[in-house]
Design a protein around this ligand. Structure first.
Ligand code: PEP
Ligand code: MN
Length: 374
């Protein structure tokens, strides 16, 4: 059961104290409190965990600090959207706000190869007003003999260059909890010139110990990529592992599914699931057109497949795009064939803006029709 308190309820108020006293005295019920600090208001949610069937919903609803009580299913207890009006997760990280209405582009290198390419990428992003990027330092590779990423060695110059070019958030995959320590210590050592969004890749989505570890800290948000060969329910349960340990700063990323029918694309593009995730959960939703499509191939209409796939996710309301770019894809040590080039960035940005505006316009059109009100 979930009790949502009135917005901006003060923890020192009598209403809060009376409410908490009552809840704490309930037999066999544990309380978990989550505070969602939005731009306009602070929302406090109290999860009542245990044998809640015997609880009377009216008794809880009549407590002075409680605005609303919702009976929730066992699945996706914290990240799930249990009522259409449940607020989306809403958090700010290093000056960048994330929720189910926001939009951010994370264009960058799949894998850091050399300093010159990191600098070329970041300089170009700054030139086009971008504050976020992707940079892989720890690469989970199918083949053990493939390049595994520069790891800790590249972190100091990646973070320093990010600071130099005004990059606020870098999406960076981690495959082991020790990578979190390395990132944290290097950032600290460099004077925190930038921020990191920890990425959990599709191959690690059911590494539950890694998820629990990343969930136990709230300093860094987590970008969780959908498992390419498991059910959506299993992927969302993996996200819930992060939240159940305390970290609700989670973004869910669609990146295509492995099927026997995806060829000639690398994976089957699953961006029709953007609105599904937004309906089922409170997480902002990211799309990764690069790892879905896997090729720079151009369609007969003159538009590359990666641009088309990006548009499909955006027109359906995606909140973030994670996309591979490279100053010289031939030099890339990972995923060169799917990297877009820097001269394509302005066109990509223009396309993204056009489709995002179209999505917002579509949303307005549907808002005007009562039968479509959620
Ligand atoms: C990546 O984004 O670099 C990556 C490896 O993606 P995925 O986990 O989706 O394969
Ligand atoms: Mn890649």
């Amino acid at each position: 059961m979930l009790a949502i308190l009135h917005p901006n309820t003060d923890e020192n108020s009598d209403d809060y104290r009376t409410t908490f006293q009552f809840l704490e005295e309930l037999q066999d019920i544990q309380l978990q409190t989550h505070v969602v600090q939005g731009e306009q208001q602070k929302l406090t949610e109290i999860y009542l965990v245990g044998d809640t069937k015997k609880l009377n919903i009216e008794d809880i609803a009549s407590l002075p600090a409680v605005e609303k009580v919702i009976r929730i299913s066992h699945e996706f207890r914290i990240l799930g959207k249990h009522a259409p009006e449940s607020p989306s997760l809403d958090f700010e990280y290093n000056g960048v706000r994330f929720n189910q209405d926001s939009f951010h582009l994370f264009a960058g290198l799949c894998a850091v190869d050399r300093k010159g390419n990191v600098e070329g990428m970041m300089k170009c992003l700054q030139q086009f007003g971008q504050q976020c990027t992707r940079m892989g330092a720890y690469k989970p590779r199918t083949n053990p003999y493939s390049f595994q990423g520069h790891g800790l060695d590249c972190l100091p110059y990646v973070f320093e260059l990010a600071g130099k070019y005004g990059i606020r958030v870098i999406a960076m995959e981690v495959t082991h909890e020790k990578h979190l320590e390395e990132i944290d210590q290097t950032l600290e050592h460099c004077g925190r010139p930038t921020g990191v969004m920890l990425q959990v890749g599709t191959r690690n989505i059911q590494n539950f110990e890694l998820l629990k570890n990343l969930g136990r800290q709230q300093d860094y948000p987590v970008l969780l990529k959908r498992g390419f060969g498991i059910s959506l329910t299993e992927s969302l349960n993996a996200a819930e592992y992060l939240a159940s340990e305390g970290n609700t700063r989670v973004i869910f990323c669609l990146r295509g599914m492995k099927t026997s029918f995806n060829t000639p694309h690398r994976n089957m593009v699953d961006f029709a699931h953007v609105p599904v995730i937004k309906r089922m959960t409170r997480m902002p939703v990211c799309i990764d057109p690069s790892h879905s499509v896997g090729t720079r191939a151009l369609s007969s209409d003159g538009i590359p497949d990666i641009f088309h796939a990006t548009a499909q996710g955006l027109v359906a309301g995606a909140n973030m795009v994670l996309v591979d770019f490279h100053p010289n894809p031939a030099e890339a040590l990972v995923d060169g064939p799917q990297a877009l080039t820097l001269d394509e960035l302005p066109l990509f940005l223009e396309d993204v803006e056009l489709i995002r505006e179209t999505y917002l316009k579509r949303q307005q059109n549907f808002k005007a029709v009562p039968k479509f009100h959620a």
